[in-house]
Design a protein around this ligand. Structure first.
Ligand SMILES: Cc1cc2nc3c(=O)[nH]c(=O)nc-3n(C[C@H](O)[C@H](O)[C@H](O)COP(=O)(O)OP(=O)(O)OC[C@H]3O[C@@H](n4cnc5c(N)ncnc54)[C@H](O)[C@@H]3O)c2cc1C
Ligand SMILES: NC(=O)c1ccc[n+]([C@@H]2O[C@H](COP(=O)([O-])OP(=O)(O)OC[C@H]3O[C@@H](n4cnc5c(N)ncnc54)[C@H](O)[C@@H]3O)[C@@H](O)[C@H]2O)c1
Length: 633
């Protein structure tokens, strides 16, 4: 131990410390008290990167400064004037003062030091922290070694086992009941916590899965990874939710990787902990990959009437609303209200709005017509409203025009320069116009997921972190931000918020962490643009390959379909999607997943007389050549 000769630590009186709430009545350090108990401090110091030698130096310095005030016999006397200042100065002289864990301890403990007993208790506390910091950095022996008796005889040193066991016992004390597995700070591997198992997070975890000196915890609020690019096909009843999602646990198999189902609430970069519902997770490196959420700009009230499309729940909700609208129209006797039910408005003609509008219009003309008797679903209006002068404004003008033409061939009413200013349960308002509708969908804006706000670093207008070239948050070298929550730039242009960019960032961060630990030079992130595509309808898409080759129509759709099948997670999903596509292609939407899973009966209009004759001629024939989209050239 590093204490000096002048100090008799038996002079300490636990009762004095008890007064400050640091010890239990039995004289043992309490757990969780203001985070000041010695084991908790040691863990936090380790996470902070403070070395045991720093604490030893501090202890030496404090002991030297205190020595002359502490009598050799175990008497407690009041400290003379100026003694506390001298001890405080000795603390400052070693460096750790106002900041960090030692600074925090100093601020909490020094004001309590009024007599020699409390001074001794303080020294004892620092000494205990030092001892535990040495233990915290011990790598425990592998678990089976501890459990199997007989192993010691096989040559493992007993001291190592004891250290491991003692350490395990100590580590057990900081576990929080809600998160036992995650609080295992018992090994010295670098702990990487990844929040979000989307495109970026999964790639980061996979890249780190091969590193021996790292352990990884992946936190997500859902138990599945979601393939968002095909969400619109769930919303329009082409695919099942399970076709485009995969349990995260089944995707991440590396032995060094744990998965935790939890919602992250905030980050405390100073203490290096992620705060989740029910506890805290300490990290050495943190990767934030929480994606984007809807933005209703200054109209949060629109969220209730105009759902967006980001999660499986959103997709199932949209599917339910659309199918319910047709059911309601079938029951409705008033033609005006029937028209309102059969009008669908999509706000925003970015890729989400365009894909949704094309697929929805297709659905109204294929498959659905033969299911209804009183209404002709082919008469449904699908209106796409865009505030800017053209659809898909991120694409070259030529492709925007092609997309608009194709949408119109699919019977979508495209209105550009139509900035929506009002939405309620009865319809949508833009300019002087109002469209009466009961079904509105939102594809008009996204913002970064709110978790990154807790970092307290500069954000752009969409709430994304303005990351460094290495994808770290400004001023926080151990916090990486990737995917849709990162505002990265390359050659003066923003890196787009699409899946390949998130995946590349995830891989880059995984490699950066590995390089950092190996002491290798670190590289800046470079985005390789392989292309982006937006689907207009079955067999129609527009896109840019390698940021230069413009594609449209069937060739673009084929590239899009190939890439999406290739990137879907798991063989089962690929097979299922191809099967469903093939089936709906040949049967023209014959029997898509047109399920309403909630009980929507309460939302239905009063029943039209059940004895009434069908309002329409018999069901439409399965083939509707006039409404089939013409080939695109
Ligand atoms: C409808 C739609 C269609 C799209 N189509 C395409 C396309 O065709 N091609 C393309 O390249 N891109 C497409 N994109 C964009 C692409 O999906 C995103 O750019 C990509 O998903 C971003 O990846 P990410 O890892 O940043 O976030 P995400 O993939 O969104 O993953 C974020 C993860 O974080 C989790 N999470 C969020 N907050 C928390 C929290 N607080 N605690 C715990 N977990 C949390 C979420 O559950 C999720 O699993 C589409 C997006 C949408 C919405
Ligand atoms: N196929 C793909 O590659 C694909 C598909 C979907 C989404 N994404 C990505 O996801 C992100 C989000 O895409 P998105 O399409 O959801 O949003 P977006 O931001 O790309 O497009 C939103 C559109 O809504 C319009 N808008 C905004 N407010 C409006 C209002 N009040 N009235 C009318 N129009 C309004 C905007 O002008 C814009 O054109 C983007 O990064 C996109 O690249 C990609």
């Amino acid at each position: 131990m590093a204490s000096g000769e002048n100090v008799d630590l038996s002079a300490t009186r636990p009762a004095e410390y008890l007064r400050e709430g640091l010890l239990s009545p039995e004289g043992k350090p309490r757990e969780g008290l203001n985070g000041l108990h010695s084991l908790g401090m040691a863990h936090r110091l380790k996470l902070e990167g403070t070395k045991p030698e720093t604490v030893a130096a501090l202890l030496d310095s404090l002991v030297k400064a205190s020595g002359r005030f502490i009598p050799k016999d175990p008497r407690n006397v009041d400290l003379p004037d100026g003694a506390r200042q001298e001890v405080a100065a000795a603390w400052s002289a070693t460096g750790p003062t106002g900041t960090g864990v030692l600074g925090e301890l100093r601020a909490a403990v020094l004001p309590c030091v009024s007599d020699t007993a409390t001074l001794g208790a303080m020294l004892l506390h620092v000494e205990r922290i030092h001892r535990q910091l040495l233990l915290v950095s011990v790598t425990p022996p592998a678990a089976p070694d501890v459990r199997l008796p007989g192993r010691e005889a096989a040559g493992r040193p007993a001291a190592g086992r004891r250290a491991g066991e003692e350490h395990r016992a100590l580590a057990g004390r900081v576990m929080r009941p809600h998160l036992p597995a995650m609080e295992r700070d018992r090994d010295s591997r670098h702990h990487v916590v990844i929040v979000g198992a989307g495109f970026g997070g999964l790639q980061a975890a996979k890249t780190l899965g091969r590193a021996d000196n790292v352990r990884v915890t992946v936190v997500d609020r859902y138990n599945h990874h979601l393939f968002q690019p095909l969400l619109y096909q769930v919303a329009t009843a082409v695919l099942n939710p399970a076709d485009i999602s995969a349990p995260i646990r089944s995707v991440l198999h590396a032995r060094n990787t744990e998965v935790l189902l939890a919602e992250a609430k905030s980050v405390d970069p100073r203490r290096k902990v992620l705060i989740v519902e029910g506890g805290e997770i300490p990290y050495d490196s943190l990767v934030l990959a929480t994606g984007a959420t809807h933005s209703y700009f200054k109209h949060p009230e629109w969220a209730r009437v105009a759902p967006g499309l980001k999660t499986l729940e959103d997709a199932v909700r949209i599917r339910e609303r659309v199918l319910t609208a047709f059911e309601a129209a079938e029951r409705e006797s008033d033609p005006v209200r029937q028209r309102q039910w059969m009008t669908f408005v999509i706000i925003g003609a970015g890729p989400t709005g365009v894909e949704l509008a094309g697929a929805l219009s297709y659905m109204t003309r294929h498959g659905l017509p033969k299911d209804f008797r009183r209404i002709d679903t082919r008469e449904a209006r699908v209106v796409l409203l865009e505030g800017l002068p053209r659809v898909l404004s991120a694409y070259p003008e030529e492709l925007s025009e092609a997309a608009k033409r194709d949408l119109e061939k699919l019977h979508v009413e495209v209105r550009t320069g139509a900035l929506v200013t009002g939405i309620d349960g009865e319809g949508v308002t833009f300019g002087d116009e109002h469209i009466a509708t009961r079904t509105v969908m939102w594809g008009a804006g996204v913002a970064a997921s709110p978790l990154v706000r807790s970092l307290d670093v500069p954000l752009d207008r969409a709430g994304r972190v303005k990351v460094s070239p290495r994808l770290t948050a400004p001023g926080l070298d151990d916090v990486y931000v990737i995917g849709d929550v990162a505002a990265a730039e390359q050659n003066g242009k923003p890196v787009p918020g699409i899946a390949p960019a998130a995946m590349q960032m995830g891989r880059h961060v995984g490699k950066t962490i590995r390089d950092r630990l190996a002491g290798r030079p670190l590289k800046a992130f470079r985005y390789h643009d392989k292309g982006s595509f937006a689907v207009i309808g079955r067999g129609y898409a527009v896109g840019l390959l390698y940021d230069k080759w413009r594609m449209k129509g069937l060739p673009a759709w084929l590239v899009w379909a190939g890439v999406h099948i290739a990137y879907l997670i798991g063989f089962r999903n690929r097979a299922s999607v191809m099967l469903n596509w093939g089936y709906t292609f040949f049967t023209k939407g014959g029997r898509d997943m047109r399920l309403i899973t909630g009980n929507v009966v309460k939302r239905m209009p009063a029943l039209a007389s059940s004895t009434q004759a069908p309002a329409l001629p018999p069901p439409a024939p399965p083939e509707l050549p006039a409404s089939r989209p013409a080939p695109v050239h």
